[in-house]
Design a protein around this ligand. Structure first.
Ligand code: ASP
Length: 345
């Protein structure tokens, strides 16, 4: 294939990477895109076209809501045919949620969409933001021998590692390696060279076209099991008439108490059309409701298994699936199998 100059759209949403210390409060707050671009003159050395878009206002990612994901999806969709890849600068706090949401909302993706950010602002001497941004752009612009993007999926690049977006979780608020992917191998690792883990990277199907979802249903909440959780609390929660789904965070391989009142409340919610998805409080490993009696009881009430989903992927997948115009049974089927590499087969 004839090589032409690649083009990347760099989208700035906010986060520490672009923050400065407010001289009045002494706290970090986001600053405009110009500030970042001025700190990285190396961007001009890339042999690819880099255009930029910025959200207005730019935010600390703790402010991010599903409406923001929809805005981001529209931005990518509107520019999808113009650019070869997308790099999104985003705060680390909710990056795993955004990466997971985008992976479900951008079905049949054929191009790289890479989220990155920093633990230290770009203007500080020891910033990790420069390397993160430069490598993310390089990976987003890379193609294989056939001219297809090297990583045609939503991913997170951080501290020399490229992760599948919907397998990623933030686990460290202090060190530069802020993210882990406990249940899926790295997509790539950067050192002197970039090593791509081709077996782990999604394969492009050239005949497929992008399907971008712009509707999410947020009537969902987490329920984390803990010793002392009262059935009265659960009774109050399931009383919310607008609640459509619960992500049940259970122990170990998907276990919870077998108290008949607790189980009957879950059943009551399921019988009135609610969905309960079982994921584990453990970072690594998978839910298997047939392994223990305590897990099996949940299965008997109609709770469905989320295997090795992260909580970020479970939540955003639930919002995406609830938003689909399909039957309840189909929703439950989709929730139990991988649709974009977010869980094991
Ligand atoms: N609070 C910041 C944010 O998520 C943290 C960061 O970017 O590292 O926007």
């Amino acid at each position: 294939m004839k090589s032409k100059k690649r083009s990347i759209l760099l989208i700035y949403t906010g986060g520490t990477i672009g923050m400065v210390n407010d001289p009045v409060t002494g706290r970090l707050r986001p600053l405009d895109f110009e500030h970042i671009l001025n700190q990285i003159p190396e961007l001009n050395q890339f042999d690819c076209q880099i255009d930029t878009r910025t959200f207005d206002p730019v935010v600390d990612s703790s402010e991010i809501q599903p409406a923001f994901w929809i805005q981001l999806i529209r931005m990518i969709k509107d520019n999808y045919d113009i650019y070869d890849g997308f790099v999104i600068l985003h705060g680390t706090d909710t990056m795993a949620y955004t990466a997971s949401a985008l992976s479900f909302m951008l079905q049949n993706l054929q191009k790289a969409v890479i989220l990155t950010g920093a633990q230290l602002p770009i203007g500080t001497l020891r910033t990790d933001g420069k390397e993160n941004l430069i490598s993310a752009i390089e990976i987003a612009a890379s193609v294989d021998e056939k001219g297809y993007p090297m990583v045609p999926e939503v991913s997170v690049y951080f501290e020399y590692k490229l992760f599948r977006g919907n397998r990623t979780t933030k686990y460290n608020a202090e060190t530069f390696n802020a993210f882990i992917s406990p249940n899926y191998p790295l997509l790539a690792e950067t050192g002197v060279h970039i090593h791509y883990n081709l077996d782990a990277i999604r394969k492009v199907q050239p005949s497929e076209t992008l399907v971008a979802a712009t509707h999410l249903d947020t009537h969902v909440m987490f329920l984390k099991i803990f010793p002392g959780l009262s059935t009265q609390t659960i009774r109050e929660i399931i009383k919310f008439s607008t609640l459509k789904a619960l992500i049940l965070e259970t122990y170990g391989a998907g276990n919870a108490p077998t108290d008949p009142v607790f189980l009957s409340l879950l059943k009551e919610f399921i019988d009135r059309g609610g969905i309960i998805l079982n994921i584990s409080q453990c970072r690594a490993g998978s839910v298997d409701m047939d392994q223990y009696e305590t897990g099996h009881k949940l299965k008997e009430t109609g709770v469905i298994g989320g295997k090795d989903l992260t909580s970020e992927a479970a939540l955003t997948k639930m919002m995406y699936v609830l938003g689909l115009n399909i039957s309840l049974e189909n929703k439950k089927n989709i929730l139990q199998k991988p649709i974009c590499g977010e869980m094991r087969e």
